[in-house]
Design a protein around this ligand. Structure first.
Ligand code: FES
Length: 106
């Protein structure tokens, strides 16, 4: 592969997470099951990782976690939470999220 193609690929890769959605995902977790929460925002299987980060955001890895009991939780979709993988309300404060929501409406 030539240098130009590699440079273009690097430009298309993100180093910061992108919002997958403006609002969090309500998800039922099963006790003892392992999950991989998408931290990059590129997965097509939100809120979970589908491996897309390897091509689109190789510097970002999914967050692996195990549910301690059966429960329904709100998992972050804007990818700005400080309490990964759970929603901490960051989507309500982030200008970046508001701007991207505006772009998607148009
Ligand atoms: S696809 Fe986003 S972390 Fe894997």
């Amino acid at each position: 592969m030539c240098c130009f193609v590699l440079q273009v690929q690097r430009c298309l890769q993100s180093t910061q997470p992108v919002p997958a959605a403006r609002l969090p995902y309500r998800v039922k977790l099963s006790a003892g099951k392992r999950y991989a929460w998408c931290a990059c925002g590129h997965s097509k299987k939100q809120p979970f990782c589908d491996g897309t980060h390897k091509a689109k955001a190789p510097s970002i890895s999914p967050l692996l976690f195990t549910a301690d009991k059966n429960k329904t939780v709100m998992l972050c979709a804007c990818k700005q939470t400080k309490n990964s993988p759970y929603c901490d309300g960051s989507h309500l404060k982030s200008e970046k999220i508001k701007q991207e929501a505006q772009v998607r409406k148009t």
